[in-house]
Design a protein around this ligand. Sequence first.
Ligand code: NAP
Length: 249
Amino acid sequence: MPVRALILGGTGEARSLATTLAGERGLEIVSSLAGRVRAPQLPPGEVRIGGFGGTAGLQEWLRDNAIDVVVDATHPFAAQVTQHSVDAAAELGLPIVVLRRSPWIEDAGDRWAHVPSVAAAVDALPGLGTRVFSTIGRQSVAAFVDAADIWFLIRAIDPPDGPLPPNAELLLERGPFDVQHEAELLDRHRIDLLLTKNSGGDQTVAKLSAARAAGVRVLMIDRPPLPAGVETVESVAAAHEWLRRLLAS
Ligand code: NAP
């Protein structure tokens, strides 16, 4: 009987892992997406889309689909689904690993202020900048709806569903971005603060290099903590190795 693995996705790493594992002997993969992006980049193989209905719904889905192992390769800020996957796997006694790319680290010349959440960023923003480049995603930007004294350049893949801050321009584009592209944006819009989550990875890191070179401050939203005690790996290769060891045992 093949081992059936669920990859919780919505990231480049999840797609890359599904690609790496396609055709692996003794393994069947199902990838899961939340369904937030209108035209998602799909991984190869079987894909299901949409929420499960909390921890209980996920547990039921895992049982109904005879899943043997779970890889949570969701975004570092998708804390809810990660908690659900860890709880559901524990309840069913399934092995689980969380694939989390390492966070960005402050470098010489960086001017970062750190906050622990989007709500804390709302409080910290006044006084830090007046022309803000927001790259925190379309779901979080509604938190800044009352920031009337600040102008925002809001970058997202799809338009936000909720309200926007009153002084805002929307920029719809999908990474990866290079440093020259990011530097031009900062310059053209006279940006004095970059608002970002510490997503990590190389797809969207260029904005930090551009901000450093231009002396632009960064308001960095730090990552939410992982569930206590969960096993983690930092790369697709390490997740592959973790699965290989599991298949061998
Ligand atoms: P979240 O707050 O942790 O999850 C909210 C709910 O969305 C979950 O309870 C679950 O619904 C559903 N969900 C999330 N990821 C899912 C998946 N891969 N498959 C099936 N259902 C999923 O997550 P989020 O921050 O809204 O992120 C949603 C998706 O976008 C994630 O897959 C994540 O990898 C991706 N993403 C997030 C960010 C970010 O900044 N948060 C950035 C890039 C990509 P039920 O409770 O109904 O199961």
